[in-house]
Design a protein around this ligand. Structure first.
Ligand code: GDP
Length: 438
């Protein structure tokens, strides 16, 4: 089932991205494999009071160069409002209602969307600030005073927002291992899905009329059922580059969330480029295992040399991806396509794998013998008592220690690296957290 979408709309500089970041909140102190350097997010899964939802910051998608900013804001807001379950219309208390605010409010009213009016930059709290009341005339209900920068009013806002989220769980998912096929435009996602499914294509789930959702197709290989969550089958309806990015980002985020494993398609002639890395990073962040399919392999002349080169580049420039399985494929000649379902199955198995506590603790002893835990402020090594697996999909481990803060990020990464060397977990993110032992 798709998570409901909450769209933050508003004109530039009202504080949309501050609100976005504020709602996402402080991330848990969990270490994983991401380098976290290219993060520049506008779509993320957020959680409040145990409910998950997609949060989209529409301001994040910049307008095409030749186009006015206002026009882009309007168009993106319109797209987002169309897709959203709940709209957070953000305005700036300092400026009062502007023409663009009026326009966006009209869009919300026209679509009859559940919406909350968020009056931001209320840095001096006061519910009956007359300046906030002024926004009543936008006609989208009670103004909610917040300060995204300082965190004031956010809890109340989200409580209201939760009441507006739909509770209908939607259609049940068809059975089978769910595989999302993602990648930037033109890498060959559609071609690959078509080549894989051929005549077998059987659409089991699609929601016509919505532009962001994916198409699910079921097929079986070697007695295993798969459901391909295909973001490419839907042709882009966007006329502007930023809209295309907006749709593509949203679609792939939703597909990734609904899938158990992810097939990332990239172009072999091009190799991994920045946009590919962003896609992969969002997969890792979502905690899903992934395989990289280097497509258009038919175009490569010196295949052996090229493969070594691609492998070398990952090792040298993107070591955090080194554990992801990769395959050269061609949607056109079908070469290696038959190997993909097996890879997906293995990824699913790896992400669900568990390690016994006794095995983990033998590993923990060995790893500490190799590199002692860092010292606490008293100059003695921090004591690590034991480790246990606290989750799967992705595998998650908790280490109990006398003073968690002494186990700094570098040591945690060392533990994680060692854990992978010992136990594998090929292709799947692995999370590690340290807790204080009582
Ligand atoms: P999508 O946007 O990722 O779904 O990409 P498409 O499937 O629409 O493919 C983009 C372009 O790449 C099209 O012109 C395809 O014919 C071409 N293409 C896709 N796969 C292959 C392949 O394996 N080899 C070659 N030579 N071209 C391919």
């Amino acid at each position: 089932m798709s998570l409901p979408l909450v769209a933050i709309v508003g004109r530039p500089n009202v504080g949309k991205s501050s609100l976005f970041n504020r709602i996402l909140g402080e991330r848990l102190a969990v270490v994983d494999d991401r380098p976290g350097v290219t993060r520049d997010r506008h779509v993320a899964v957020a959680e409040w009071s145990g409910r998950d939802f997609f949060l989209v910051d529409t301001g994040g998608f910049l307008p095409a160069a030749r186009e006015g900013l206002d026009a882009a804001v309007r168009r993106q807001a319109e797209l987002a409002i169309e897709q959203a379950a709940v709209v957070l219309l953000v305005v700036d208390v300092a400026t009062g209602p502007t023409d663009l605010d009026q326009h966006l409010a009209r869009l919300v009213r026209k679509r009859e969307k559940a919406a909350l009016l968020v009056v931001n930059k209320m840095d001096r709290p006061g519910r009956d600030d007359p300046r906030a009341a002024d926004f009543h005339r936008l006609g989208v209900g009670e103004p909610h005073a917040v300060s995204a920068a300082q965190g004031y009013g956010i809890g109340d806002l989200l409580e209201r927002m939760l009441q507006l989220l739909p509770t209908d769980p939607g259609k049940p998912e068809p059975p089978g291992l769910r595989v999302a096929v993602v990648g930037r435009p033109n890498v060959g996602k559609s071609s690959l899905v078509n080549a894989l499914l051929g005549e077998e294509r059987m659409v089991v789930h699609s929601e016509p009329g919505t532009t962001v959702d994916s198409i699910d197709s079921r097929f079986a290989r070697d007695g295993v059922d798969f459901v391909l969550v295909d973001t490419a089958g839907l042709r882009q309806q966007a006329h502007f580059a930023d809209d295309a990015e907006f749709f593509a980002t949203l679609r792939s985020a939703r597909a990734i969330e609904r899938a158990e494993v992810v097939n990332v398609v990239v172009e072999a002639p091009m190799g991994l480029i920045r946009q590919d890395l962003r896609v992969i990073e969002s997969v890792v962040e979502a905690g899903r295992p992934a395989v990289i399919a280097y497509n258009k392999w038919d175009l490569i002349e010196n295949k052996e040399e090229r493969w070594l080169e691609l492998e070398r580049r990952v090792r040298e420039h993107h070591p955090w991806l080194a554990h992801l399985p990769a395959l050269p494929v061609s949607a056109q000649t079908r070469s290696n396509l038959h190997r993909l379902p097996g890879e997906w199955r293995q990824l699913g198995d790896e992400a669900r794998r568990t390690i016994s506590t006794s095995e983990l603790n033998r590993w923990l002893e060995a790893v500490q013998a190799e590199r002692q835990a860092p010292s606490t402020r008293l100059g003695r090594p921090a004591r690590i008592y034991y480790a246990t697996q606290t989750g799967t999909r992705p595998p998650r481990f908790t280490i109990f220690a006398s003073q968690p803060e002494a186990l700094h990020a570098a040591y945690r990464r060392f533990l994680l690296k060692h854990l992978r060397e010992r136990f594998g977990f090929t292709g799947t993110p692995v999370k590690l957290e340290v807790k204080k032992s009582q």
